[in-house]
Design a protein around this ligand. Structure first.
Ligand SMILES: [Fe+2]
Length: 263
């Protein structure tokens, strides 16, 4: 079985993908999953990445974050990988407070991230009705590119306001990988997604590090403040970590210019 329904209260809204590779090879099941996500259901694929790999990534990015200045770079063809802070920036398209590390497919990186993450992008593209390898090339495609964004919501109040992301030809879902464990890395707050019946599903209460979550980007979602009573110390990089598997339009192709986009 490639995907299995689980129970959340009385809903049919949360499903577990037991075999990610098998689902990718099953067009009939993919169509069912696509329809369910379009209708507002949420799917979680367990343990797509090993805890040791996540630890290595966090350690590397923490070193980069501490050892170099954060700066924003627009999403343009050939843009460098970069990291930046958003400390409740009034220019942001969605108010938030987090540190972000961004990678593009045309740059090389020590982990070969776009190869390591290929199966997740293939699933994202298939769920959007696109060829699996879309947007992963060294040049933008149809004015869009894949973009990996690690987001660190710091203890002491990291957050992202409730919002919806654009659903268009380039994507139905923006998969998220969990990289932290609630109860260990932080205690209060976390990712929520509104389900079809209007309730919020608290993803951090059900998903573990390495799990990948697929949901309709048009469903309102956000990050409730992370340990708001703790002191905010950016350079510790302590808090809630996640990885977004994004596809973005290039800055020149968006009305808002992507100047300070957050997703
Ligand atoms: Fe979002």
């Amino acid at each position: 079985m490639s995907a299995q329904t689980s129970t959340v209260a009385a809903g049919r809204d949360l499903h577990w993908i037991e075999d990610h590779a098998a689902l990718l090879d099953d067009p009939h099941r993919l169509q069912q999953v696509r329809d369910n996500i379009a209708a507002g259901d949420i799917y979680i694929a367990r343990r797509q990445f090993a805890p040791e790999f996540l630890e290595e990534l966090r350690e590397y990015l923490t070193g980069v974050g501490r050892g170099s200045l954060p700066n924003y770079v627009p999403i343009e063809a050939g843009a460098p990988n970069f990291h930046r802070m958003n400390r409740n920036d009034s220019r942001a398209y969605v108010p938030g407070c987090f540190h972000q590390f961004v990678f593009f497919p045309w740059n090389q990186d020590p982990f070969d991230l776009f190869t390591v993450c290929a199966s997740i992008y293939h699933m994202k593209n298939c769920l959007s009705g696109l060829p699996p390898g879309s947007f992963l090339g060294a040049r933008p495609q149809d004015g869009c590119t894949a973009r990996l964004a690690f987001q660190v919501y710091p203890r002491g109040g990291g957050f992202l306001n409730r919002h919806a992301d654009p659903v268009d030809y380039h994507q139905l879902t923006v998969p998220i990988m969990q990289m932290s464990r609630k109860g260990t890395d932080f205690h209060a707050g976390g990712l929520f997604v509104a389900m079809a019946d209007g309730r919020d599903l608290l993803i951090d209460d059900v998903a573990e590090p390495g799990d990948v979550i697929y949901f309709n980007a048009a469903c309102p979602h956000g990050v409730a403040p992370i340990d708001p009573d703790a002191p905010l110390r950016w350079t510790t990089f302590a808090g809630r970590w996640m990885l977004l598997f994004a596809v973005n339009r290039l800055a020149a192709n968006t009305a808002i210019g992507n100047a300070v986009r957050v997703g």
